[in-house]
Design a protein around this ligand. Sequence first.
Ligand SMILES: Cc1ncc(COP(=O)(O)O)c(C=O)c1O
Length: 446
Amino acid sequence: MLDQETIRDIRKDFPALNNTRNGMPPIYFDNACTTLTPEPVIKSMDEYYMDFPGCGGRRSRHWFADETYMRIEGKPEKEIKGSRSIFKEFINAGNESEIIFTQNATHGINIVALGFNFRSGDIVLLTDLEHNSNLLPWQRLRRKSLIQLKFTESDENGCFELDKYKSMLEQDKVRLVSMAYTFNLTGYTIPAKEIIRLAHQHGARVLLDAAQTAPYQSIDVQDLDVDFLVFSVHKMCGPRGVGILYGKRELLGSNSSEEEAEDVIEPALLGGGSVGDSTYDSYYLLDPPERFETGIQNYPGQIAAGEAVKYIQRIGLNHIYTYVNSLNQFLTDELLHHFGHTGWFTLFGPKDPSMRGGILAFDIKRPNAPGIAEDLSERSNIMIRDGGFCVHSFINKQFGEGWMLPSPPSEHRMIYRISLYFYNTIEECEIFLEELTNVFRERCYI
Ligand SMILES: Cc1ncc(COP(=O)(O)O)c(C=O)c1O
């Protein structure tokens, strides 16, 4: 477990935490959206631009290009590990070619959605709590009448119902299961291994959206036996604009294989960098990962992404999870103790914080309920998130479409989310609770 002294030291690595406004430091509780960036990660990006801003891949073979290439692809003869290999180990992939750099989780999901070899009428199965990034790409395919979409329903606590899922697989021939590994609204992590096992038993492939899992929990893609998995590095102390798409080797295609697996994905985008040769009439693609990384890439981001992994690994994902969850436990207990009985304060997802990682979202149904996030930011630099959290579909089902539109005060409601990371402290949680109580008092809720 991380102690307070270690946290104090860790906080020194984050320049944004040294900032002040109106004489007060920031209290950053919006980590599920994006995390703060530590100095080693920022430095590695600066280093690229300052010292060797060349292109990567194998386009150019000169000093700057070699330096860039080495930091991403490594140099085994000098025992230098590149970012790709760092990510391979991070999720225990079998091969570096299974690690594709993307812009973010959204990009990775779209690559699979656009590249998967669907047959008309194929069924894609999602949960009812998907982020728009794992909903819209599939909705587009449904609009084009290529696929049918089905949704599992969470139970009243927001947990996954394996029995119902099993019946759905038995009833319908599902081609692809695409689910958030951890929900961004509730912080609940689905029983992925069993979900994948059952999907495979019924001949379906599985894509996991690990955007909210990778920052907190170790992932072993081989143990999970997952077919595709995506996440965003900016949610784990990395630079913005870098994500990972993992795909099983046999599903990413190759030039050499005689017989391709049925579910090989085609690159959604084509162009320079992904191709070995072309004529006016034809082209042949490079092997993965290059065939999926077309155009000049975010090289400083990819280099810094490796640094981000090294940074959080130095702290240890198990320590991160335990610590963050202990803060969540404290906040949950306090909030439920003070407001749980009021009837206007409702937690989303499981009541038990140990099932919600670092995420705590609640609904306030009181006149003047919107605007509390702005108030907290204005008064004391406390940054939490409000709104629909890109899970509009689920919230619209719960509250009715248009729930966020202007309404009579008696109908006001707003959802707020606190999401924690390892640089947050118990003191910050105490200040948040005090300020939230003050806001409630000013609004005459208590
Ligand atoms: C569960 C989940 N999936 C996907 C995304 C999209 O991530 P990005 O915007 O980095 O692509 C998010 C972002 O919050 C998320 O929480």
